[in-house]
Design a protein around this ligand. Structure first.
Ligand code: MG
Length: 96
């Protein structure tokens, strides 16, 4: 069975699945979900792995520059860590 559109369809599917899990984590935390999923964190790990595999496959089929992706991801991770370490802005209240 060939991968539709050289893996792009599967990448879109896996991104959707990861997005769904992240939404559930925002609503219910990382533990069990009312739908019976025992651990949303474990489901996140599973879907994140699926996304990484799909990105790698699309990169192969589209002859993508892996070094450029790796460098950009490294830079972005540093930026996320910097932002996360910043103090929260003071609340301006609700009657501004
Ligand atoms: Mg999946």
């Amino acid at each position: 069975m060939a991968m539709a559109h050289n893996g792009l369809a599967k990448l879109a599917e896996e991104l959707g699945e990861l997005s769904q899990v992240v939404g559930k984590m925002l609503a219910y935390g990382t533990g069990p979900h009312p739908d019976g999923t025992p651990s949303l964190l474990a489901k996140f790990e599973e879907e994140a792995a699926d996304v990484l595999a799909a990105v790698a496959f699309v990169s192969e089929t589209h002859n993508v520059n892996d070094d450029a992706i790796e460098q950009r991801a490294f830079m972005k991770l540093g930026k996320f860590r910097f932002w996360h370490a910043q103090p929260e802005p003071e609340s301006r209240g609700t009657n501004d």
